[in-house]
Design a protein around this ligand. Structure first.
Ligand code: P1T
Length: 386
């Protein structure tokens, strides 16, 4: 089955068995608990909604299929998925290697909670070069955490090359695939052990649900994650499970349009005299354009750029843009714009931001699926105000 069909049918098959209502859309099962006949007899499949819920099950099944995984697990946010993963697979004294460019909230979770409170050591490395990952491995290393393309600088790491290093050293490789969605990149097929998404972004696609997920095929790792999903309880609600099942149905058509719009805008900005540099994996000027073509089937809808000048020019631009809402988050049908150093990545220490090349005036856009002519016209009028 092709992904366009999986997106619509997997996990949402009408129940035509006796007593089934045949809904063509997954019902929202709001029950917190499920009855049984006798205390010593198993239930009809569900006991308590933290442990398992039919709406969430449908979503988890679809999520697994989309990444070519055996198992999918859904959580209350992307960070809840990350927290569950760390709680399940690490203990005090363990060491994690992470890309030095990550969503600010992921870095805050790793450094401020797991490092400061639980003594998990974290090395942030420039993973564009896989040798930097290998060089950071020590006797306590357990896990490699990659985001590719990264947020917000759209740096890439070679998933297959890092997966080889992880295998050779018996380490778990996790890839945060949020920016590409399951439509444009499938890290498990490139050798990663676990894929993570903030479903808040492209997977749901409409900026109206917060969620996260993990997909994997290893039975042993799955057992640990499933145990913690229930034991720690950071589960996705039935309503949000329904929302993501609904949003996913259009993932393929949305991603194609996000990409087409982003490519046109990236080219337009690159040629604009008031723009200093444009970062988009689909541009030939992106230093890792060849790797992007190799491991992704599209380039996505995220662009970062800098204007000539500095913060004052960036502010004028942000104050005058109309169709791009000045807001955190990404991956929805509507275009969004933000300034990472002051917004999504404000929790990353300034020295760390400077080290990775994240300037205060960098602007990040999440290109929506509006008509691209309107978006370009809007950018041009805001640029004229500078
Ligand atoms: O917001 P939440 O659903 O908890 O997901 C966290 C997260 C994880 N990974 C990546 C790559 C992300 O971009 C995010 C959330 N990012 C934003 C809110 C943002 O504006 O970048």
């Amino acid at each position: 089955m092709k992904i366009e069909t999986q997106l619509i049918h997997i996990g949402e098959e009408p129940n035509l068995k006796e007593g089934g209502s045949g809904d063509v859309v997954m019902p929202i099962h709001l029950a917190s608990t499920f009855a049984r006949q006798k205390v010593d007899e198993p239930t009809a499949g569900y006991e308590y909604s933290r442990s398992g819920n039919p709406t969430r099950d449908g979503l988890e099944k679809r999520l697994a299929t989309l990444e070519g995984a055996t198992y999918g697990l859904a959580f209350a946010s992307g960070l809840a998925a990350e927290t569950t993963l760390f709680l399940s697979l690490l203990k005090t004294g363990d060491h994690v290697i992470a890309f030095d460019d990550l969503y600010g909230g992921s870095r805050r979770l790793f450094s401020r909670i797991f490092h400061e409170n639980f003594d998990v050591a974290i090395s942030y490395v420039d993973a564009r070069n896989p040798e930097n990952v290998e060089a950071a491995i020590n006797d306590n290393t357990r896990l490699i955490w990659m985001e590719t393309p990264t947020n917000p600088l759209l740096k890439l790491c070679d998933i297959a090359a890092i997966a080889e290093i992880a295998k050779a050293h018996h380490l778990i490789l996790v890839v945060d695939n949020t920016f590409m969605s399951a439509y444009f990149q499938n890290p498990l097929k490139l050798g990663a052990d676990i894929v993570m998404h903030s479903t808040t972004k492209y997977m749901n696609g409409h900026s109206d649900s917060v969620g996260g997920c993990l997909m994997l095929s290893d039975d042993h790792l799955h057992e640990k994650l499933r145990f913690t999903q229930n034991a720690a309880g950071a589960i996705l609600s039935p309503f949000d499970s329904f929302m993501i099942l609904r949003g996913l149905k259009t993932l393929a058509v949305r991603m194609k349009q996000h990409e087409a719009n982003a490519l046109a805008i990236a080219h337009h900005l690159e040629a604009h005299p008031k723009v200093k540099r444009v970062i988009y994996p689909g541009l030939e000027s992106h230093p890792q354009h060849d790797l992007a073509k190799k491991q992704m089937s599209g380039f996505g809808g995220m662009i970062s750029f800098e204007l000539n000048g500095g913060l004052a020019e960036a502010n004028t631009f942000l104050e005058n843009i109309r169709y791009f809402a000045l807001a955190e988050s990404l991956g929805g049908v509507e275009s969004l714009i933000e300034c990472p150093a002051l917004m999504t990545h404000a929790s990353v220490p300034k020295a760390a931001r400077e080290q990775i090349g994240l300037s205060d005036s960098l602007i990040r856009i999440s290109v929506g699926i509006e008509h691209v002519d309107d978006l370009i016209e809007d950018m041009d009028q805001a640029l004229r105000q500078i």
